[in-house]
Every structure is written in structure tokens, then in C-alpha cells.
Design a protein around this ligand. Structure first.
Ligand code: NAD
Length: 270
């Protein structure tokens, strides 16, 4: 087991990618501390993990509220005595023309995606440094939008790129103290987002035609695949990796938009 007895906090664990992260970490022996705003879904997941023989704790937490973050960290330490890992997964996606974004909307995205993840990183890192056997691993869930952008994504992209920026700074500051900080940037995953994209398309097959042309692997990323990448970054398998921004995107960000649609005779070997 890659995370035997490690205490791992996962935010936004009530749905989407966070559920797979909690399940995969628990299957690998972690004591998972699952945070979200809604009690019902969290408690369902907690009892499912416990029935399967795992250890789990649910904590109600709005990551945009500093007092909730403090309560989350204290609850984890009260229950399990330490913190070994954190996945800052909670996030709000946001699509609106940059010309129309209000100050309130900007502040909301920053409060959840950027400020929440920074201050939870700070609280967890302080705990990781003061406990017996200091050290730990922190994973920020950003996006392929940290590589390139789309119209309408200005606040989201500012927040996700901000996560990369502060993570590098914290990774450098804590590297010789045993705390690693990395970013995992997913491409398009099979979550509610995909359902919304299909619902907005003229047909599902037309939607697939578009995405098959834009994702080299021609498939969506399953939540378990993102969870497994987190598992790698949380575990000692990635012991030399800190300050990285790893794309989990089935090749999407490596694809040239301006690729030739035909084989040019002027290129040797083409
Ligand atoms: N699904 C994708 O295709 C995709 C792609 C790239 C990046 N991401 C990122 O992955 C993460 C998870 O995405 P998802 O698709 O599972 O989204 P989701 O909307 O299904 O889940 C997000 C989770 O964050 C929680 N959350 C939102 N605001 C919160 C707050 N203030 N306090 C606490 N929890 C809060 C939600 O309740 C939910 O549990 C997000 O950070 C998202 O930006 C997702």
C-alpha cells in the first residue's frame, strides 16, 4: 500500500474528482479527511469507505472561509494526530467574457481557487513541519488552463496560474524540510463538466468529433486516472519531484493547433 497510515486531507470531496481521490487514497491505506460544504454526500462517502475497511472523516468546510480551514486542520489532527498529505481539489469553474466580469465574481473565484488553496497549504505545511517525522506532500489541482487559455476563462485561469506560482515558491522554501508541493493539471475529465458540454452541443457525436480532433488519446480522462496521478504525487514514488506542474491531459497540451492536415511532400520522410 502506497499511503499506509498516512493522513491525507482532500477538499471538494463530495463529488466529481474528489470522490475518486478519497476512494483511491483510502484503498492505498490512507486515513482520509474529506472536506466539502454539503454534509449528506460526504457522510455517504465516509460510510462507503468505512464499510470497505478504510478510515475516513468528514468535515464540513467552505475553503473560502479561513476559520473553516483552521477547523479542518484541527479536526484532522484531533482525529488522527498528524497530517501527511493534502489535495487542494475544491474549485469553481467560471466562464464569462473578461469585459463583463464583476469585482464580486473575480473575488469569489480567487477566494475559492487561489486564496483557499494557499492558506490551506500554509496551515497544513505548518503542521507537517512541527510533527514527529516532519514532512509531507501537497498537491494542487489546477488545470490545462495553466498551459494555455480560452476566451471567457480569465478569473479561473488567473486563479489556477496563481496556484502554480505560489506552489513553486512554497516548494522552494520547504524543499530542504521534507515538504513537497506539486501541481496536477487535468485535461477534460468524465465529470459533471462533460455532461454540461454534451448538453450544450448539437449532438453527442458532433461533440465527440470535436474533442477527438483535440485530444490525442481521443478519450476523456476518468476520475480514477486523476486520483492515481495524485497518489503518485502524494506517495514516496515521487520523492524527487517538487515544484512541478504535471499535465494529466491525454496529450492535449502537447498538440500543435497549427498542425498540417495533410502530408507535405517537401518534408523529408513525410
Ligand atoms: N472535471 C474536469 O474536467 C476538470 C479539468 C481541469 C481541472 N479540474 C479541476 O478539478 C477540481 C475538481 O473538479 P470537478 O470536475 O470534480 O468539479 P466539481 O464541481 O464536480 O467538484 C468541485 C468540488 O469542489 C467543491 N467546492 C466548490 N466550492 C467550494 C468551497 N467554497 N468550499 C469547499 N468545497 C467547494 C464542490 O462542492 C465539489 O465537491 C477543480 O479544482 C477543477 O477546477 C477539473
Amino acid at each position: 500500500m502506497l499511503l499506509k497510515n498516512k493522513v491525507i486531507i482532500i477538499t471538494g470531496a463530495s463529488k466529481g474528482l474528489g470522490v475518486a481521490m478519497a476512494e483511491v487514497c483510502a484503498q492505498q491505506g490512507a486515513r482520509v479527511v474529506m472536506a466539502a460544504r454539503s454534509k449528506g454526500l460526504l457522510e455517504e462517502l465516509e460510510s462507503k469507505i468505512k464499510k470497505a475497511g478504510g478510515e475516513a472523516l468528514s468535515v464540513i468546510c467552505d475553503v473560502s472561509k479561513p476559520a473553516d480551514l483552521k477547523h479542518l486542520v484541527e479536526s484532522a489532527v484531533d482525529a488522527f494526530g498528524r497530517i501527511d498529505g493534502l489535495i487542494n481539489n475544491a474549485g469553481v469553474n467560471y466562464v464569462k467574457s473578461a469585459l463583463e466580469v464583476t469585482e464580486e465574481e473575480w473575488d469569489r473565484v480567487m477566494a475559492v481557487d487561489l486564496k483557499g488553496s494557499f492558506f490551506l497549504t500554509q496551515l497544513c505545511a505548518r503542521q507537517m513541519l512541527k510533527q514527529k517525522d516532519p514532512g509531507g506532500s501537497i498537491v494542487q489541482i489546477a488545470s490545462v488552463h495553466t498551459h494555455a487559455s480560452l476566451e471567457g476563462a480569465a478569473p479561473y485561469d488567473a486563479a489556477k496560474c496563481g496556484m502554480v506560482g505560489f506552489s513553486k515558491a512554497v516548494a522552494v522554501e520547504l524543499a530542504d524540510k521534507g515538504v513537497r508541493v506539486n501541481v496536477l493539471s487535468p485535461g477534460l475529465c468524465r465529470t459533471e463538466i462533460w455532461k454540461d458540454i454534451v448538453a450544450a452541443a448539437p449532438s453527442e457525436s458532433e461533440c465527440w468529433d470535436y474533442w477527438n480532433a483535440n485530444i490525442p488519446a481521443k478519450k476523456l480522462i476518468e476520475p480514477e486516472e486523476i486520483a492515481n496521478a495524485c497518489l503518485f504525487l502524494l506517495s514516496d514514488l515521487s520523492s524527487s519531484i517538487t515544484g512541478a506542474n504535471l499535465m494529466a491531459d491525454h496529450g492535449m497540451t502537447s498538440l500543435l493547433v497549427s498542425r498540417e492536415p495533410y502530408a507535405s511532400k517537401s518534408i523529408e520522410g513525410g
